[in-house]
Structure formats: C-alpha cells, structure tokens
Design a protein around this ligand. Structure first.
Ligand code: KDG
Length: 317
C-alpha cells in the first residue's frame, strides 16, 4: 500500500495502468522515428479524467516498484487521484503499450503479460474505504488481464452490490487478452449480474456477436442495466436510462488521436450521473469530454475541466 487515507472518494476505479510509447502522428513504432512516453490504461485514464472534471477518485491497482511505477504514483498524486489502494510489486513490472498510426487509425501492441497489475490481491483492499464510494468503475480489460484480476473484479462487484454502490462497467473488449467465447461469457455474466451503468461501443456489439443497432441491446441481454451507453465514435452516442432512449450527436473538434476517448466518455458519463443530469444533457456532457480529449496525442494531454466541457456545449447551442 502506498499511504493510508480516511477521506472517502466518489468514484473508485479498478484495473491496469499502462505506460504508452508513441511515435509522431501518422507513424509506426517500427519506423526509425523518435518515441515519446505517455501514461495510459483505460481505468487509470477514467480516474484521472474524473479528477480533472472536479470529482474525487481513487485507483485500485498494482504497479511495479520500477521507474514506470514510480512515475505513475507521481502522476496520480499530482492529479489528486487517491493512491491509498495502490499495491507495489517488487517482482513484477508495470505494463506497456506501443501505439502505431496507419491511415488515420491507431493500433496498440502490448507488453503486459505477467505485469504487476495481473498479480493484484484483494488482501490489501481497505473495504471500509470502498464502502464509502458512490461508484465503482471497471472494465473487461480489468478482468481479462489475469485470473487473479478477474477474481478481484468479482469480489469488488459483490461488495458493491451488497452495499448499493453503483457499478460502472466498460466492456472494452480486447481480443488479445482472452478467447472470444470466454470473454463473451464473462462479459455477459458481469452485465447480467452486476452492472448498473454499461458502456460499450457499436464495434464491440458486433465483435461479440450481439445485435448491431444500439437500440437492439435489449434483445442481446437478459438484464438491461439501468443506464446503457453505446459509444459510436464520430456518430456520437446512444443512451438508454430506465426505458428512456436518446441518440446524441458528437461535437466537432480537430482530432489528433482517439486513444482514450472512450475512457474520457466513461468519466464524463459518471460525472454527469453524479451531477444527476437529464438524459440528453448527460449524453452531451460525456460526448464533450470525449471530443475534447481527442485534441491531444495520448489519452491524457487534453483531458478537459468541467468549465471547458461547459464552454464547448454552450458554443454548440
Ligand atoms: O482506452 C485506451 C486504452 O486502450 C489504452 O490506454 C491502453 O488500457 C489500454 C488497453 O489495455 O488497451
């Protein structure tokens, strides 16, 4: 554990942070080009985005005692993300990904097998601290990295369910992490048994063999979470809340890189839920957080504040 805390937070995110290594825009890491470093990992991006939006967030994970792990600790601390639940591993290293860009699309190559996060243990989780949160956020990546991580995800969700903490679940299906039928079974079980807030992309619906149209999500699931968000990239998003449905258009910005846009959307959605926004405003808020994040390279450089989000929304009306 990094340090104890008594201060409750609104959101606890759980998963794996990854160092991201980037070539210049439109190049590949295999080219002979200088590379730069950023910080990523879907659930770390969500915790950081929420903190930037003015919410309190903590991160449950395990990092190496290596230089990359130390740099993550500094990053979270400087951003105000609570790191009291971060475990340090002297034997395993912090994971990495390398980004490459081809024809306007990104491709990620991972070095995360046996990473510190895949050795996460629930033994060090302060359950009293978890009990005080309003939302727990996790993803298919948080579950897919290892058996241990999968078990911790279910312990956290069982606990959250018992204590009426909202569970936000981003499918974030990564075929490199697990076999499709295993992924589909675990993802479906998680949604059917636990998720209160579901985030999924239209591409993931197709890859998992579910219905293609966002509105058909209902027929693919045996239990529909109270809030479902289908992220559709440049087509915006589709939201469903307790029977009410809406399609919300995206905002136009100059896009540099879409890595982390989906995580930013999740943070915007959670922030909007905490603010109790009505459905259309909720979708606009989440879309705006995602759009503004795409102005920078890497998932973090352009994560917006609430004021920037509001300015973009106001300028579009
Ligand atoms: O959503 C952005 C993530 O894809 C990136 O940060 C890397 O977490 C990552 C992953 O596992 O793909």
């Amino acid at each position: 554990m990094v340090r104890p805390t008594e201060t409750p937070v609104e959101v606890i995110s759980f998963g794996e942070p990854l160092i991201g290594i980037y070539p210049p825009v439109d190049r590949s890491v295999s080219d002979d080009v200088p590379l730069s470093k950023t910080w990523g990992g879907d659930t770390s991006n969500v915790a950081l985005a929420l903190s930037k939006l003015g919410h309190t967030a903590a991160y449950i994970t395990r990092i190496g005692s290596d230089e990359f792990g130390k740099s993550f600790q500094r990053l979270w601390q400087e951003a105000g993300v609570d790191i009291s639940q971060v475990q340090i591993d002297d034997e395993h290293t912090t994971g990495l990904y390398f980004a490459s860009f081809r024809n306007g699309k990104h491709h990620l190559t991972y070095y995360r097998k046996n990473s510190a996060a895949s050795f996460i243990s629930s033994k060090y989780i302060d359950w009293e601290f978890v009990r005080m949160a309003k939302v727990i956020h996790l993803s298919g990546i948080s579950q897919g990295i290892s058996q241990k991580a999968l078990e911790v995800s279910f312990e956290l969700m069982e606990f959250a369910k018992k204590h009426n903490i909202l569970i936000s679940y981003d499918v974030n299906y990564r075929p490199a992490l697990w076999k499709k039928d295993v992924a589909r079974a675990i993802i479906s079980h998680t949604i059917n048994e636990y998720a209160n807030i579901l985030e999924i992309t239209d591409d993931e619906m197709r890859l998992l063999g579910w219905e293609k149209e966002p509105g058909d999500l209902k027929s693919s699931l045996s239990r529909v979470p109270s809030i479902c968000a289908v992220k559709m990239g440049e087509k915006g998003c589709y939201l469903m809340r307790n029977g009410e449905e809406a399609r919300i258009k995206p905002f136009q910005v100059e896009v540099k890189d879409t890595v982390g846009a989906g995580d930013a959307f999740d943070a915007g959605l959670i922030a909007g839920i905490l603010k109790e926004l009505p459905l259309i405003k909720l979708g606009e808020f989440a879309n705006a957080v995602a759009s503004l994040t795409c102005r920078g390279t890497g998932p973090l450089s352009m994560q917006p504040t609430s004021e920037e989000v509001q300015r973009l929304i106001d300028s579009a009306h």
